[in-house]
Write a protein that binds this ligand. Structure first.
Ligand code: ATP
Ligand code: MG
Ligand code: MG
Length: 385
């Protein structure tokens, strides 16, 4: 017997890992995604018409209604959904469509965080004209980080303006999307904190992790954060928890932050869903971010967010070309490394820069972790992985 069914807008790797966690608790999952064989649908067999997946866009109001009719609770694995259509759905929705709408517009998200006293670096609205970009650069200085307000991921929506003469190029690259600009943040490290929030408003932060990006894409994650600053981890968790408390709705939120030389913290952005920098929680924490997301949205008791291993790293497997050869070679090496768990997402095509899988490595010490990770890093083909 199924207790409650959850509908997920989006059927990518996050949906796939949510589905895997759901199977342990016998929670039924129904996926809405265009792909008939999307990563999440591959790991779930429909048991009846009621639970059969829907082939359609997660921005399509009719398909969202169809999904809502099949389940008790709706959630998202991607924030780029039609939040207005979602708000019309006749079932519980987590996080709230208002939260998703706010977060999916990066400028509105920054304005919201600033108005609630959360630390964000300076930013300014920009029109899609050379003059407006020049004015923003005059105000915030160079380099200037130009960002698309909507539909951004993996840095595809960002343009680093190093000289005023690049303004036209920036407009051509970022297309017709609405823009804003952020002051360049000379951070020393990027860190992230996953936070789970229950329907009654309880928040629990996961351990702080260091994220290492390459070409705007998350490359490596290390947990726990290693630092000489004894207050840093708790400070970062409090910043993340306080930020998440400003949003309505239950579930997991991923809070990306910049760490400054003087120990200061700025929030870069927040995701209203499980997050790439939280994949490590599957092997390394008492309760994974995926299970805790489901527990939160179904009003079940939240699980412990504590680490259960001394040291952990997560390596993203990024496509190099249309070929899976390099990825399979890396997988074969990883299968020989103790403490390494390989996750391949089953995406239909491999493409340069596409997230195809990840490998989590756990160890009894940092030294052991480094030895194990070294084997994987040495097996990587050169950039961009
Ligand atoms: P994703 O959602 O996949 O994390 P995104 O497309 O939303 O990525 P951002 O997180 O905004 O992009 O930025 C990508 C990366 O660019 C950041 O992780 C950071 O390395 C760098 N970056 C972003 N904003 C700034 C800034 N204001 N100053 C300096 N570097 C920045
Ligand atoms: Mg983002
Ligand atoms: Mg980001």
């Amino acid at each position: 017997m199924v207790d409650k069914a959850v509908g997920i807008l989006g059927g990518g790797q996050l949906g796939r890992m949510l589905a895997a966690a759901a199977s342990l608790l016998n929670i039924k999952i129904v996926i809405l995604d265009v792909g008939e064989h999307s990563p999440a649908k591959q790991v779930l067999a429909p048991i009846s018409t009621q639970y059969s997946h829907i082939d359609g866009g997660f921005t399509d109001p009719a398909r969202i209604r169809e999904l809502a009719a099949k389940v008790d609770v709706l959630t998202v694995e991607i924030e780029h959904v039609d939040a207005d259509a979602l708000s019309q759905a006749d079932c519980e929705i987590h996080p709230s469509p208002g939260t998703i709408k706010l977060i999916q517009d990066k400028l509105a998200q920054k304005q919201h965080l600033q108005s609630r006293g959360c630390p964000v670096s300076d930013f300014i609205t920009v029109d899609s004209t050379v003059e407006s970009i020049h004015a923003a650069a005059k105000n915030l200085g160079l380099p200037l980080m130009l960002k698309s307000r909507t539909l951004a991921y993996d840095g595809r929506g960002n343009f680093v303006l190093r000289e005023l003469s690049q303004a036209q190029d920036a407009l051509a690259t970022l297309g017709n999307r609405p823009l804003y600009a952020e002051k360049w943040v000379p951070f020393t490290h990027e860190i992230a904190v996953m936070v789970v929030r229950s329907t009654s408003g309880e928040v629990r932060a996961y351990p702080v992790v260091e994220t290492v990006h390459k070409e705007n894409i998350c490359h490596l994650v290390f947990a726990p954060l290693r630092t000489r600053d004894a207050t840093l981890s708790r400070r970062a968790q409090v910043v993340a928890e306080d930020a998440v408390k400003t949003f309505e709705g239950a579930g997991v939120f991923g809070v990306e932050m910049f760490l400054m030389d003087d120990g200061g913290l700025y929030i870069n952005e927040i995701a209203p869903r499980p997050h790439n920098s939280g994949h490590y929680t599957i092997e390394a924490c008492e309760t994974s971010q995926y299970e805790n997301h489901l527990r939160a949205i179904l009003s079940l008791p939240l699980g412990s967010t504590a680490l259960k291993v001394p040291s952990c790293a997560m390596l993203n497997i990024i496509g190099l070309s249309s070929s899976m050869d390099e990825i399979n070679a890396l997988k074969n090496v990883a299968l020989t490394v103790p403490g390494a768990s390989v996750h391949l997402y089953g995406k239909s095509e491999c493409r340069k820069g596409r997230k195809m899988g990840h490998i989590t490595v756990v160890a009894e010490s940092d030294a052991e972790l480094r030895t194990r990770l070294r084997v994987l890093l040495d097996a990587l083909p050169s950039s961009p992985i």
